[in-house]
Design a protein around this ligand. Structure first.
Ligand code: ADP
Ligand code: SF4
Ligand code: MG
Length: 347
């Protein structure tokens, strides 16, 4: 049985002009010891997805569908039930570490707190365990530094401390929502390596959100590509990077800033490719394919018909890759348009 099985998950947001659908029919699975990446432009629904998995979605929303945790339904959980899951069975590492840390408490106390709450350890034992975790995440001289406050640490060290907090109750699922976006480039890879290492050591399931395809390609077994609150492509990371089957995924790849191309004297890149148009507001999404209009292969029927997820054959057969998600799929009415060798122009 998978640790997490999401089926037909929808999230509706109530606003002054009625309800809009922010998440659409999300379905995916995740097993212990596996990692899942979620990628998409800003506003595509990545954060709302993981917030909903943790019962942390905004108050003006309602979720329908199913989130099974070891076979038990989480949709409909009371706040009290969610509290027993969060920090205990599932934990989150946020984009900006200062939002997770309390500036007026020592870091030793903050890392120890979840263990006092969920594990009923006494204070001294919890503090000792917290120091052990701080050592594990690379805080030098941890027993002395446990008495320091968050502002006495660098951004990278603070993110290490929030990772120690997330690990305190030995959760089964670790969720990291753009955990390196606020950090210097030089420490980003160290933090990603740390997250991957601790997840592997403890056989946890990992969900890593990023808007950077490079980060996803190097750090996760399986991936979901999100656009307009929908999963438009999913499958083993290696299979998707061998053949991007959805035009949106291909567009994300083309729009990536490249470090290895020459730049203008101002430092700006030349002719950076972008996906034409902007992400439409949720209330303005087309009735059919959410990407219709921005996609180079759009036909009339794309505006009216919702594409289903279709299986994508492997174009370079390799040894079958194991995937929590099952096979490589894309949500497109014209998957043949992306086949290698198709000469249809990319607008
Ligand atoms: N509390 C909220 N009320 C209304 N709309 C929201 C709220 N939170 C997020 N949204 C909208 O939902 C969409 C997805 O947001 P989000 O999940 O934060 O995107 P991402 O993390 O991919 O950048 C966006 O269009 C955003 O404006
Ligand atoms: S369904 Fe049509 S508009 Fe949507 S991604 Fe496929 S070809 Fe493009
Ligand atoms: Mg986000």
């Amino acid at each position: 049985m998978p640790l997490l099985e999401v089926t037909g998950l929808n999230l509706f947001v109530r606003g002054s002009q009625g309800a809009v659908q922010a998440l659409r029919h999300l379905s995916f699975k995740l097993e212990r010891g596996r990692s899942l990446g979620i990628i998409g432009e800003s506003g595509s629904g990545k954060s709302l997805t993981v917030q909903t998995l943790m019962g942390l979605q905004p108050e003006n929303t309602s979720a329908t569908g199913s989130i099974l945790w070891e076979g038990q339904e989480l949709i409909g959980y009371t706040e009290r039930q969610w509290q027993s899951m969060r920090g205990n069975r599932m934990a989150m590492v946020f984009q900006e570490p200062m939002t997770a840390l309390n500036p007026v408490h020592t870091i030793g106390r903050q890392v120890a707190e979840p263990m006092l709450l969920h594990k009923s350890l006494d204070k001294k034992t919890a503090l000792q365990a917290a120091i052990g975790l701080l050592e594990r995440v690379g805080i030098a001289n941890a027993s002395a530094r446990a008495n320091d406050y968050p502002h006495q640490f660098s951004g990278g060290q603070r993110q290490r401390i929030t990772i120690a907090m997330a690990l305190a109750c030995e959760p089964d699922l670790l969720i990291a929502d753009e955990p390196t976006t606020a950090l210097d480039v030089t420490v980003q890879q160290q933090i990603l390596d740390l997250i991957n290492d601790v997840a592997a050591e403890r056989n946890m399931a990992l969900i890593l959100i990023s808007h950077d395809l490079g980060v996803i390609s190097q750090n996760v077994d399986d991936m979901l590509v999100m656009y307009g609150g929908q999963i438009v492509e999913s499958g083993p990371t290696a299979a998707i990077f061998r053949h991007m089957a959805h035009p949106y995924t291909r567009g994300l790849m083309a729009a990536r800033p490249r470090l290895d191309v020459p730049r203008q004297p101002s430092g700006k890149p030349f002719d950076l490719l972008t996906i034409p148009g902007t992400v439409p507001a949720l209330k303005d999404l087309p009735r059919g394919c959410t990407f219709a209009g921005r996609c180079s292969f759009t036909q009339e029927r794309c505006f009216d018909n919702q594409p289903q997820r279709v299986g994508i054959p492997s174009f370079q057969p390799q040894e079958a890759e194991y995937s929590s998600l099952g096979v490589h799929q894309a949500r497109c009415l014209r998957p043949e348009a992306m086949r290698p060798g198709n000469t249809e122009a990319w607008k």
